[in-house]
Design a protein around this ligand. Structure first.
Ligand SMILES: Nc1ncnc2c1ncn2[C@@H]1O[C@H](COP(=O)(O)OP(=O)(O)OP(=O)(O)O)[C@@H](O)[C@H]1O
Ligand SMILES: [Mg+2]
Length: 428
């Protein structure tokens, strides 16, 4: 059964933080360059600036145009912080203020004045998260710039807000809105964390799916490329926001289906065809989304090297149980204590199964994934009807313009009398 608290492969940090909110990690082993099997595209930064806003109204960039660092920084309306300002805002990067550590640096809690953005006393003004890149990291610098470029232009309630940056010599920092509940990774896997209820898991999945849908359906499509539990941040009400756009990449244009690029990502989340060929499409993000759905279902990490054999790899371990209602309980997170509707869990497992299809073409689009998850969340929706409502519901679903692959998922979830094939959810 699920409930796997053991950490994924990682190197423990040499620094031992005192702050209880800090989750010990050394992410250097989590994200890695896989062997490069395709011709590497030259590093390019997409898009033009479309004007920054601090509203929650979604906005996206228009044309993908490579830009230099100078152009990106000068055109951005992000606040350009001095290193000293951020040192003051974080009390000299105090250990007590450490929120977490990623592959490319440490994240600290800080306080700035809401109007002037200058450092303010702890507890006064606006709380921010300050990410300080480890110096001398070439990859880190590239990711820092890509993040400034994308998050300087993309605004959506399900993307974390970048407030500003600092670029003084080797000192590269990023300043984000503070996400008080931290990362999904911490909630699912941190020892001692209170288990997330089922409804919250669905809420988080929906928020993250909205973020990805926004990127994929933007006028200039964006492939996120780093979808994983640690990059899903949560606000005080468990609204999910995607963070870390350092690996984001402009999607294919015209009638192209993919872009060819260096293979980089996190073990356990990266799509097999992308690892094998370097061909990247939005369907790679859909695969990663499927892996996170499995993490939400099982409470197990995508990769857990403390396990033996097939159990080390969540996809391999869980797959045989996903299409089968009688086997699903084997992988469900025991910390849920059975507090979920079996049909809902089955529908999510079927959705996950589609998302992790080996064949990228068989994976659903994120907009379809989102539509199905929203149905699961809506108590009035078709997914959990009373028995007498079943036939009516199934007819409503059958008339919807929903992707036909997902139709079978709905049908399975409602126990529809319409022909459905819950054991083989993929409609070819
Ligand atoms: N805006 C934020 N608000 C609150 N906490 C944050 C914020 N950004 C990051 N954190 C915390 O810092 C941790 C480290 O984040 P970071 O993005 O550097 O690394 P990561 O995503 O865990 O790993 P990787 O480098 O492999 O992407 C997060 O897991 C989260 O707990
Ligand atoms: Mg991250």
């Amino acid at each position: 059964m699920g409930n796997c608290l053991n950490p994924s492969p990682r190197i423990e940090s040499a620094h031992s933080p005192r702050d209880a909110s800090y989750s010990s990690k050394a992410a250097s082993s989590k994200r890695s360059l896989f062997s490069v099997s395709s011709s590497r595209t030259s590093y390019s930064i997409p898009s033009t600036h479309s004007g920054q806003s601090f509203t929650d109204k979604p906005s996206s960039m228009t044309l993908p145009t490579p830009r230099s660092e100078g152009e990106i920084l000068s055109s951005s309306q992000l606040k350009n912080f001095t290193f000293n300002e951020l040192r003051n805002a974080t009390r000299n990067f105090r250990h007590d203020n450490l929120l977490g550590e990623g592959g490319f640096g440490y994240v600290y809690k800080g306080w700035i004045d809401e109007q002037t953005f200058s450092a303010s006393k702890p507890g006064c003004g606006m709380v921010v998260a300050v990410k300080k890149l480890k110096p001398q990291s070439f990859q880190g610098h590239k990711e820092w710039l890509t993040e400034v470029d994308y998050l300087g232009q993309l605004h959506h309630p399900n993307l974390v807000k970048l407030i500003g940056y600092c670029s003084e010599g080797d000192n590269k920092l990023l300043v984000y809105e503070f996400m008080s509940k931290g990362s999904l990774e911490n909630h699912l896997f941190r020892r001692g964390a209170r288990p997330l209820p089922w409804a919250t898991r669905i809420k988080v999945a929906i928020g993250a799916a909205r973020g990805l849908t926004f990127l994929h359906d933007a006028e200039s499509q964006v492939i996120y490329r780093d979808f994983k539990a640690s990059n899903i941040l949560l606000d005080s009400e468990f609204n999910a926001k995607l963070s870390d756009f350092g690996l984001a990449k402009a999607g294919p244009t015209g009638d192209k289906t993919h872009v060819s690029t260096q293979v980089i990502g996190t073990h356990g989340y990266a799509a097999p065809e992308y690892i094998a060929t370097g061909r990247l499409s939005v369907k790679a993000d859909v695969y990663s989304f499927g892996v996170v759905l499995l993490e939400l279902l099982s409470g197990c990490r995508a990769i857990n090297e403390s396990k033996m054999g097939i159990e080390q790899n969540l996809v391999e371990w869980a797959k045989p149980c996903l299409g089968d209602k009688r086997k699903l309980y084997r992988i469900m997170d025991t910390r849920l204590e059975g507090q979920y509707l079996k049909k809902g869990a089955h529908a999510v497992s079927m959705l996950a199964l589609q998302c992790i299809s080996q064949d990228a073409k068989l994976r659903p689009r994120m907009s379809d994934v989102l539509a199905l998850l929203e149905q699961l969340q809506d108590p009035k929706a078709a997914v959990f009807p009373l028995p007498e409502d079943r036939y009516k519901t199934a007819n409503v679903i059958a008339k919807s313009p929903m992707n036909c692959n997902l139709l079978s998922l709905h049908a399975a979830a409602v126990g529809s009398p319409l022909p459905s094939h819950p054991q083989t959810p993929l409609v070819h």
